[in-house]
Design a protein around this ligand. Structure first.
Ligand code: ZN
Length: 125
């Protein structure tokens, strides 16, 4: 599901895809340059372990200098959100491996120091 929220701050919605009025300034703080383009910024609605996620889209009027920068940062944000599932899967797998190793080490200490591979039976001496 994709949740779409569009802002109309600074008249950006009406001017999407067309040349902007020089009367509206760039919406980056402290930038007074006239905005030239509307940038769609997709903000992930949730940062959970799920592979899929919804986004909220915010439209921002940006000047010629800030528009590409905003797009680059917005893409980086979505890339990070997309990587989150894979990174959490790796961490969970490593935690399970470590827990298994700790369990085998504890069992080994109980058996006199022999570490058994998974499925390997202890042979009589
Ligand atoms: Zn700007």
């Amino acid at each position: 599901m994709s949740l779409q929220v569009q802002s109309s701050v600074g008249g950006a919605r009406e001017q999407r895809g067309s040349r902007a009025s020089s009367a509206s300034p760039c919406q980056v703080a402290d930038c007074r340059a006239p905005f030239r383009r509307v940038v769609a910024i997709e903000l992930p609605a949730a940062w959970e372990a799920s592979r899929s996620y919804s986004v909220i889209t915010v439209l921002v009027g940006a000047c010629r200098e800030h528009a590409p920068e905003l797009e680059r940062r917005a893409h980086a944000l979505l890339d990070a959100r997309a990587d989150l599932h894979n990174l959490l899967t790796i961490v969970e797998t490593e935690v399970a491996v470590e827990a298994d190793l700790r369990q085998r080490l504890a069992a080994s200490d109980a058996d006199g120091g022999v570490v058994l591979e998974p499925g390997q039976e202890r042979r009589p001496l």
